[in-house]
Every structure is written in C-alpha cells, then in structure tokens.
Design a protein around this ligand. Sequence first.
Ligand code: GLC
Length: 523
Amino acid sequence: MATHWWRDAVIYQIYPRSFADGDGDGIGDLAGLRRRLGHLADLGVDAIWMSPWYPSPMADAGYDVADFRDIDPVFGTMAEARALIREAHAAGIRLIVDIVPNHVSADHPWFAAALAAPDAPERDYFWFRPGDQAPNGWRSEFGGPAWTRTPNGDWYLHLFTPEQPDLNWDHPDVRAEFESILRFWFDAGADGIRIDSAALLFKDPALPEVPENGPHPYHDLAGVHEIYRSWRRLADGYPDRALIGEVWLPDAERFARYLRPDELHAAFNFDFLGCAWDPALLRACIDRTLQVHAAVGAPATWVLSNHDVTRQVTRYGRSDTTFSFATKREGTPVDLELGTRRARAAALLSLSLPGAAYVYQGEELGLWEHESIPPALRQDPMWARSGHGRDGCRVPLPWSGDEPPFGFSPTGAAGSPWLPQPPEWKDLTVAAQSGDPSSMLELYRTAIRLRRAEPGLHTPELTWLPTAPGALAYTRGPGFACVVNLSAAPIALPDHETRLLASSPLDGELLPPDTAVWLRLRN
Ligand code: GLC
C-alpha cells in the first residue's frame, strides 16, 4: 500500500524569527533559512512547517495576520517564499504553511474597515456588541478580558490579544475568503496547511458565560466540522496535500472527530506532549492515541515540543515533568543533565512510534528553555497579560562560534538577536555538535536516517513486549524493537541481533535508567 507522506513524515517546525538571520537585523528571515536548508537536509526531515511569515504588526509574533497572501518584509518577499518552496522541494523537503483562521490582525483591512464606519459591512465579519458592559466575562487565552471597547463604545471579541479580533465564522464571506487563501497557498506549491487554534472558530451567538460543566460556548462547536469538510474537499482537488489541525482538546473522542476520513489529515498530539516522564502514563497515552486514531483511520502524531510550550530538556529535568499552560513552573528547579538524558530517550521513543513525528527547531540541538530572559526584553504578549510567557522556547538558534549571536546573524550584523541567547549555548551550536557521536544533533540525524531505513518502522503496528517494571518495550514489524528504561535501575535487553542506536551509553548488556535503545531482533 502506497503511504501518503503525511502519515509517517518527520516534520520540522521553523519559527522564522529564530531560525537564521540573513540580513543582519537580529531577526530570522527567509534569506537566512534558504542558506541553512542544508541543515534540514542533513537532519533528514521530510517536511518543514513554517510558523506565520505574513505581514503582521507582530502583536503575537505573527499570529496576528494582516495579509494572508504576502510575506512580512522583516522575513522577505513572496518571491523569496516561492524560491524557498522550490529549493525545499529540490532537496526533497515538503513545506507546510500556517493559517490562522480564528482571528486576524487589528491591522487587517477588514478590521480597519469595520472600525472606520459603524455601518460598515465588515463589522459582521467580527463579533461587535454594543453596551455599557462587556457582553460577558469570557477571558482571553493569554489572560485578561476577551472583550475590548472601540472608540465608538462597542465591544469586540478577541480570544487572544486585543490586536487579534476574532472572526465570525457564521458569515459566508469569511468562509469564502479562507477557501481562497488555501487555494492561494496550494497553488503556490505548499504541501500542507497547519491550522491554528482549529477548535475555536465557532462561538455560541447567545454569548453565554463559560459554564463549570456543560457545553462550552466556543471550544469545539459543531460548526467547525463542516468547515473542515469543505477544506478537505478543496485539498483533495490537489495531489497529496495535508491539513493538520492545532486541536487542544482533553477529550480524545472529540479530538478524533476532527480526523474523520472527510476532515483533517492529522492533528497535533498534545496529550503526548503534556504527559509525564512516567512509564505507565506514557504507555496509556500511546495506547489511547493509537486506538483513537485507528478508529478514524488517521495517523497518530508524536509531538514533544513547539513554539508555545516549555522545551522538553527543561520539562523532563523538573520533579514534575508534565506540561500545561496553567502550571508552567517557570523558574522552579531544573536538572538540565537529567532533562537532556531523558529528552534523548524521548527522541528515540517518539521517532519510533507509528505515525508522523514533529521536531521543533532547536530540539535537535537539545536546547533548553531560556528562563532568565530579563522582563524588559520579553516579547510575548502572554507574559504581559498572565505573568508566564513563551519567549524561553523561541530564542534564536545557535549555529556556530563561542559567543552570541552564535552565527545566527551574519558576522558584523548591526542588530543583536531579538531575544538574548544564553552564553552556555556555545556547546550546543550546530558546529559544536556536528561529528560528535555523543551529541543530541548526531542522535537525531542517526535516528531519522534509521527511521527511513528500518522496514519495521514503516509498518503501522506496535506490539508491546513484556519487560522489567518501569520500562517500555515494543516491536514495530517483525524485526525492530525499542526499549525505554524509565525506572531507577538498569534493566536487561531482550534477545537481539543488532544494537542500532542508544540514547546514552549502555552498561555492558544493561540498559541504564532514562535511556532508550533501538534493536534489530533475531528472526
Ligand atoms: C496558537 C499558536 C500560538 C498563538 C495562538 C493565537 O495557539 O500556536 O502561538 O499565540 O494560536 O494565534
């Protein structure tokens, strides 16, 4: 059976501000990225997902889009985006663009027109309401009220910052506009669309308060499915395009509805990302994931990190290894050595589970969350509104050299990196790690190469093997096995023919704590 690429791809997330700076202003851009494509080819990824690159006032780092059909000048031009797509394709790398349908920038022409005249038709594209008080007590996802007053006294809804007014998806023009945007990018050669905040589009027009229990007025309303069915029909009109949803929903059954055969191709597995470094919880999460996806025929995804969450080296180095926005635990003690060791084992785990795997830029370098950025330099609006922010996982990548900007910007650049890089990252640059077999980078390179080569890793099945308490062991196909030791004691390996790759040195024939190994089994 021919497999569609999105079913088992390794997809690398580019956060364009922080990948590589070509013009020396301290902000990453397309020129920098095009010069560094070789890094992605060496890593062996199948696709890149570009976080937003559109014209934007950057109130939320580009997730406030003013024009979905162009590139912000800080990143480059549409001609450069087209060249990037061509060059990536020539290197065998597909490209996914990020579409933000829940809201636009306050600078988007629609919102500007809506503000300009009280009877402008564009007002109906948003959620404007009159009144002395905000229509209800909904809270922004970043903290603070979700309603802001306009100069004429009306209120408008924004589930994120006030610079991100929410669109009214009951309006046919909104639907038509996004179908046209999707076509624009598919016609430009994009291989997929990542859909931002995919479960939030519809709001209960009665605008009730969020109840403690009972139906939520804007999470996961039924209307979204009709939208994604129409997007799927549109995507199916092109060869092999994929729709990938950012769907944060604790209920696995409701999550799976987005992945029915006539809806999205895939969605991010945040259950796995938030799961503790704990064998029973991870095994339950993996089983739940596989079962829920199998029921709708969709591929699972394995996500350890992205531009919104605490980097896994830091997460796994804390006493509580779970992730949630409500409990970011910024500044609580962290053992980076332990976190790194576990992140290495987690890499071999996530890259050997059936489905697609996501790698967030810098994960392959073992970067940790930069938690001591001075408040005055913080950029994330979430920080200002809630006191915990996402800048620490968005710091520009270290490429080479002994001090900032670590080759992120060209030599002699006028601007310093838009967020400060920790000096300790001199040991984590691409140059410092390349060729060092014990480095995180070489672990990822080897793992991704083996993932392509091992026939077992191309089968959809996973079978658990009996193993020591506190460990996870499974086979993929007849020949491949992965064992992860999450216990405090070394464990024996199953009988095998070849040891393919280990996340840390083995102790003779024993697998030490917080270590994973890939094995080829005897036939
Ligand atoms: C998504 C993005 C996040 C952004 C938010 C609003 O969650 O991943 O970065 O702030 O949507 O667009």
